[in-house]
Design a protein around this ligand. Structure first.
Ligand code: MLT
Length: 272
Protein backbone atom coordinates (compact mmCIF):
# COMPACT_ATOMS: atom_id res chain seq x y z
CA UNK A 1 0.00 0.00 0.00
CA UNK A 2 1.22 3.53 -0.76
CA UNK A 3 1.87 6.19 1.87
CA UNK A 4 -1.16 8.09 0.48
CA UNK A 5 -3.32 5.00 0.91
CA UNK A 6 -2.03 4.60 4.46
CA UNK A 7 -2.86 8.23 5.25
CA UNK A 8 -6.37 7.82 3.83
CA UNK A 9 -6.80 4.75 6.05
CA UNK A 10 -5.74 6.80 9.04
CA UNK A 11 -8.29 9.52 8.31
CA UNK A 12 -5.92 12.26 7.19
CA UNK A 13 -3.10 11.72 9.67
CA UNK A 14 -0.35 13.68 8.00
CA UNK A 15 2.77 12.59 9.82
CA UNK A 16 3.38 8.95 10.56
CA UNK A 17 5.81 9.05 13.48
CA UNK A 18 6.97 5.56 14.43
CA UNK A 19 4.98 3.77 17.10
CA UNK A 20 6.60 3.80 20.55
CA UNK A 21 8.98 0.86 20.72
CA UNK A 22 11.91 -0.89 22.40
CA UNK A 23 14.78 -1.99 20.17
CA UNK A 24 17.16 -4.56 21.68
CA UNK A 25 20.13 -5.46 19.48
CA UNK A 26 22.62 -8.31 19.71
CA UNK A 27 26.34 -7.74 19.68
CA UNK A 28 27.40 -8.02 16.05
CA UNK A 29 25.11 -8.45 13.05
CA UNK A 30 21.72 -9.90 13.88
CA UNK A 31 20.78 -13.32 12.48
CA UNK A 32 17.23 -11.96 12.17
CA UNK A 33 15.05 -9.04 13.24
CA UNK A 34 11.71 -9.79 14.88
CA UNK A 35 8.97 -7.17 15.33
CA UNK A 36 6.70 -8.12 18.23
CA UNK A 37 3.02 -7.08 18.44
CA UNK A 38 1.37 -7.47 21.83
CA UNK A 39 -2.06 -8.78 22.84
CA UNK A 40 -4.99 -6.93 24.38
CA UNK A 41 -5.14 -4.88 26.64
CA UNK A 42 -1.37 -4.78 27.09
CA UNK A 43 1.61 -3.03 25.57
CA UNK A 44 5.18 -3.78 24.51
CA UNK A 45 6.12 -4.73 28.08
CA UNK A 46 4.47 -8.09 27.31
CA UNK A 47 7.76 -8.93 25.55
CA UNK A 48 10.08 -8.02 28.47
CA UNK A 49 11.52 -11.55 28.62
CA UNK A 50 12.13 -11.77 24.85
CA UNK A 51 13.75 -8.30 24.84
CA UNK A 52 16.26 -9.66 27.35
CA UNK A 53 16.79 -13.20 26.02
CA UNK A 54 16.65 -13.15 22.22
CA UNK A 55 19.46 -10.63 21.56
CA UNK A 56 21.78 -13.04 23.41
CA UNK A 57 20.90 -15.55 20.67
CA UNK A 58 21.70 -13.04 17.91
CA UNK A 59 18.17 -11.74 17.26
CA UNK A 60 17.30 -8.04 17.12
CA UNK A 61 14.00 -7.50 18.94
CA UNK A 62 11.75 -4.55 18.13
CA UNK A 63 8.68 -4.52 20.40
CA UNK A 64 6.01 -1.98 19.42
CA UNK A 65 3.10 -0.41 21.27
CA UNK A 66 0.05 -0.89 19.07
CA UNK A 67 -2.06 2.27 18.54
CA UNK A 68 -4.02 3.11 21.71
CA UNK A 69 -1.65 1.26 24.07
CA UNK A 70 1.42 2.24 26.08
CA UNK A 71 2.98 5.30 24.47
CA UNK A 72 1.01 5.13 21.19
CA UNK A 73 -2.16 7.14 20.60
CA UNK A 74 -5.14 5.86 18.62
CA UNK A 75 -5.22 7.97 15.50
CA UNK A 76 -7.58 6.24 13.08
CA UNK A 77 -11.29 7.00 13.09
CA UNK A 78 -13.03 4.62 13.12
CA UNK A 79 -10.38 2.43 14.76
CA UNK A 80 -9.61 -0.75 12.84
CA UNK A 81 -7.16 -3.64 12.82
CA UNK A 82 -6.19 -2.61 9.28
CA UNK A 83 -5.34 0.93 10.44
CA UNK A 84 -3.18 -0.59 13.21
CA UNK A 85 -1.41 -2.69 10.55
CA UNK A 86 -0.90 0.45 8.47
CA UNK A 87 0.87 2.13 11.41
CA UNK A 88 3.03 -0.95 11.95
CA UNK A 89 4.00 -0.91 8.24
CA UNK A 90 4.87 2.80 8.48
CA UNK A 91 6.98 2.09 11.58
CA UNK A 92 8.85 -0.74 9.80
CA UNK A 93 9.59 1.74 6.99
CA UNK A 94 10.62 4.58 9.30
CA UNK A 95 12.95 2.35 11.32
CA UNK A 96 14.46 1.04 8.07
CA UNK A 97 13.82 -2.60 8.97
CA UNK A 98 14.41 -4.89 6.02
CA UNK A 99 11.65 -7.51 5.83
CA UNK A 100 11.63 -8.46 9.53
CA UNK A 101 9.80 -11.45 10.92
CA UNK A 102 6.57 -10.20 12.51
CA UNK A 103 5.36 -12.03 15.62
CA UNK A 104 1.86 -11.08 16.79
CA UNK A 105 0.09 -12.54 19.81
CA UNK A 106 -3.72 -12.70 19.88
CA UNK A 107 -4.83 -9.12 18.99
CA UNK A 108 -1.25 -8.64 17.74
CA UNK A 109 -1.84 -11.70 15.55
CA UNK A 110 -4.93 -10.07 14.02
CA UNK A 111 -2.71 -7.09 13.16
CA UNK A 112 0.07 -9.37 11.83
CA UNK A 113 -2.42 -11.13 9.52
CA UNK A 114 -3.76 -7.78 8.24
CA UNK A 115 -0.16 -6.70 7.65
CA UNK A 116 0.62 -9.92 5.76
CA UNK A 117 -2.44 -9.33 3.60
CA UNK A 118 -1.94 -5.64 2.78
CA UNK A 119 1.80 -5.06 3.19
CA UNK A 120 3.41 -8.47 2.55
CA UNK A 121 6.35 -6.77 0.80
CA UNK A 122 7.37 -5.26 4.17
CA UNK A 123 7.80 -8.58 6.00
CA UNK A 124 9.96 -11.67 5.66
CA UNK A 125 8.06 -14.13 7.84
CA UNK A 126 5.24 -14.56 10.31
CA UNK A 127 4.86 -16.00 13.77
CA UNK A 128 1.19 -16.12 14.73
CA UNK A 129 0.81 -16.78 18.45
CA UNK A 130 -2.44 -17.67 20.23
CA UNK A 131 -4.59 -15.98 17.62
CA UNK A 132 -7.21 -16.73 15.00
CA UNK A 133 -8.07 -15.67 11.44
CA UNK A 134 -11.85 -15.77 11.87
CA UNK A 135 -14.02 -12.77 12.74
CA UNK A 136 -15.94 -12.42 16.02
CA UNK A 137 -19.04 -14.60 16.44
CA UNK A 138 -22.29 -12.93 17.52
CA UNK A 139 -21.56 -13.99 21.11
CA UNK A 140 -18.04 -12.55 20.92
CA UNK A 141 -19.40 -9.26 19.55
CA UNK A 142 -21.83 -9.09 22.46
CA UNK A 143 -18.85 -9.70 24.77
CA UNK A 144 -17.04 -6.74 23.17
CA UNK A 145 -20.04 -4.50 23.91
CA UNK A 146 -20.04 -5.67 27.53
CA UNK A 147 -16.31 -4.94 27.77
CA UNK A 148 -16.72 -1.48 26.20
CA UNK A 149 -19.31 -0.72 28.88
CA UNK A 150 -17.03 -2.23 31.57
CA UNK A 151 -14.04 -0.15 30.40
CA UNK A 152 -16.09 3.06 30.44
CA UNK A 153 -17.65 2.44 33.84
CA UNK A 154 -14.84 0.64 35.72
CA UNK A 155 -11.63 1.22 33.74
CA UNK A 156 -9.10 -0.89 31.86
CA UNK A 157 -8.13 -3.08 34.81
CA UNK A 158 -11.71 -4.37 35.16
CA UNK A 159 -11.61 -5.52 31.54
CA UNK A 160 -8.43 -7.50 32.15
CA UNK A 161 -9.80 -8.90 35.42
CA UNK A 162 -12.78 -10.31 33.50
CA UNK A 163 -10.38 -12.06 31.08
CA UNK A 164 -8.17 -13.72 33.72
CA UNK A 165 -10.06 -17.07 33.92
CA UNK A 166 -9.74 -17.46 30.13
CA UNK A 167 -6.16 -16.35 29.59
CA UNK A 168 -4.37 -18.04 32.49
CA UNK A 169 -4.41 -21.62 33.70
CA UNK A 170 -5.97 -22.02 37.15
CA UNK A 171 -2.53 -22.79 38.59
CA UNK A 172 -0.79 -19.82 36.92
CA UNK A 173 1.90 -18.15 38.99
CA UNK A 174 0.52 -15.19 40.93
CA UNK A 175 3.43 -12.92 39.99
CA UNK A 176 2.84 -13.49 36.28
CA UNK A 177 -0.88 -12.66 36.57
CA UNK A 178 -0.02 -9.56 38.63
CA UNK A 179 2.64 -8.45 36.14
CA UNK A 180 0.20 -8.47 33.21
CA UNK A 181 -2.64 -7.02 35.32
CA UNK A 182 -0.41 -4.05 36.15
CA UNK A 183 0.36 -3.47 32.48
CA UNK A 184 -3.38 -3.63 31.67
CA UNK A 185 -4.23 -1.24 34.51
CA UNK A 186 -1.99 1.44 33.01
CA UNK A 187 -3.84 1.57 29.66
CA UNK A 188 -6.22 4.40 28.79
CA UNK A 189 -9.96 3.77 28.58
CA UNK A 190 -9.96 5.47 25.17
CA UNK A 191 -7.32 3.09 23.78
CA UNK A 192 -9.00 0.00 25.24
CA UNK A 193 -12.42 0.99 23.84
CA UNK A 194 -10.92 1.72 20.40
CA UNK A 195 -9.22 -1.70 20.32
CA UNK A 196 -12.43 -3.45 21.39
CA UNK A 197 -14.27 -1.72 18.52
CA UNK A 198 -11.49 -2.65 16.08
CA UNK A 199 -11.53 -6.31 17.15
CA UNK A 200 -15.35 -6.43 17.09
CA UNK A 201 -15.44 -5.14 13.51
CA UNK A 202 -12.48 -7.01 12.06
CA UNK A 203 -13.10 -9.03 8.89
CA UNK A 204 -12.81 -12.79 8.59
CA UNK A 205 -9.38 -13.49 7.06
CA UNK A 206 -9.72 -17.29 7.00
CA UNK A 207 -10.22 -17.29 3.22
CA UNK A 208 -6.99 -15.36 2.67
CA UNK A 209 -4.76 -17.90 4.49
CA UNK A 210 -4.13 -20.18 1.45
CA UNK A 211 -2.81 -17.15 -0.47
CA UNK A 212 -0.15 -16.33 2.16
CA UNK A 213 3.33 -16.75 0.72
CA UNK A 214 5.39 -16.03 3.83
CA UNK A 215 7.28 -18.57 5.96
CA UNK A 216 4.87 -18.97 8.87
CA UNK A 217 4.96 -20.59 12.28
CA UNK A 218 1.77 -20.83 14.31
CA UNK A 219 2.52 -21.02 18.04
CA UNK A 220 0.03 -21.74 20.81
CA UNK A 221 0.02 -22.56 24.50
CA UNK A 222 -1.10 -26.17 25.08
CA UNK A 223 -3.56 -24.93 27.71
CA UNK A 224 -4.93 -21.92 25.81
CA UNK A 225 -8.74 -22.07 25.99
CA UNK A 226 -9.34 -18.73 24.23
CA UNK A 227 -7.51 -19.58 21.00
CA UNK A 228 -6.94 -23.32 21.49
CA UNK A 229 -4.38 -25.62 19.81
CA UNK A 230 -7.12 -26.94 17.46
CA UNK A 231 -7.50 -23.39 16.09
CA UNK A 232 -3.73 -23.03 15.62
CA UNK A 233 -3.49 -26.39 13.88
CA UNK A 234 -6.27 -25.52 11.45
CA UNK A 235 -4.60 -22.17 10.65
CA UNK A 236 -1.29 -23.93 10.04
CA UNK A 237 -3.02 -26.43 7.72
CA UNK A 238 -4.55 -23.56 5.70
CA UNK A 239 -1.28 -21.59 5.23
CA UNK A 240 1.04 -23.15 2.63
CA UNK A 241 4.18 -24.54 4.27
CA UNK A 242 3.24 -23.37 7.77
CA UNK A 243 3.95 -25.41 10.85
CA UNK A 244 2.33 -25.44 14.26
CA UNK A 245 4.25 -25.46 17.54
CA UNK A 246 2.42 -26.28 20.77
CA UNK A 247 4.12 -24.79 23.82
CA UNK A 248 3.73 -27.03 26.88
CA UNK A 249 2.81 -25.68 30.33
CA UNK A 250 1.44 -22.49 28.83
CA UNK A 251 -1.97 -20.90 28.28
CA UNK A 252 -2.82 -17.73 26.26
CA UNK A 253 0.53 -16.02 26.92
CA UNK A 254 3.13 -18.74 26.22
CA UNK A 255 5.92 -16.15 26.04
CA UNK A 256 5.45 -15.42 29.76
CA UNK A 257 4.18 -18.84 30.93
CA UNK A 258 7.01 -20.80 29.30
CA UNK A 259 9.49 -18.33 27.79
CA UNK A 260 12.20 -20.97 27.18
CA UNK A 261 9.96 -23.08 24.91
CA UNK A 262 8.44 -19.99 23.27
CA UNK A 263 11.89 -18.54 22.51
CA UNK A 264 13.01 -21.88 21.06
CA UNK A 265 10.07 -21.80 18.62
CA UNK A 266 10.91 -18.20 17.73
CA UNK A 267 14.60 -18.96 17.15
CA UNK A 268 13.68 -21.90 14.99
CA UNK A 269 11.42 -19.63 12.88
CA UNK A 270 14.21 -17.01 12.70
CA UNK A 271 16.80 -19.52 11.54
CA UNK A 272 14.60 -21.04 8.87
C1 MLT B 1 -5.83 -10.78 23.28
O1 MLT B 1 -5.21 -11.50 24.09
O2 MLT B 1 -5.25 -9.98 22.53
C2 MLT B 1 -7.33 -10.87 23.24
O3 MLT B 1 -7.76 -11.94 24.02
C3 MLT B 1 -7.84 -10.99 21.83
C4 MLT B 1 -9.34 -10.95 21.76
O4 MLT B 1 -10.00 -10.55 22.71
O5 MLT B 1 -9.88 -11.34 20.70
Amino acid sequence: MTREGERALLGGVSSLAPLAHDDARPEGSPVATVVFLHGFPLDRRLWRRQLASLPRAGVRVVALDLPGFGGARTRARPPSIEAMASEVAATIDTLGLSRPIVCGLSMGGYVALALARGWSDRIGGLVLADTRASADSEAARAGREANIERARSQGASAVFASMIPNVFASDARREVVDELAQIAASQSVEGVVAALEAMRDRPDLTGSLPALRLPTTVVVGARDVLTPPSEAESMARAIPGARAVIVPEAAHFPNVDNPGAFDAALLDAARR
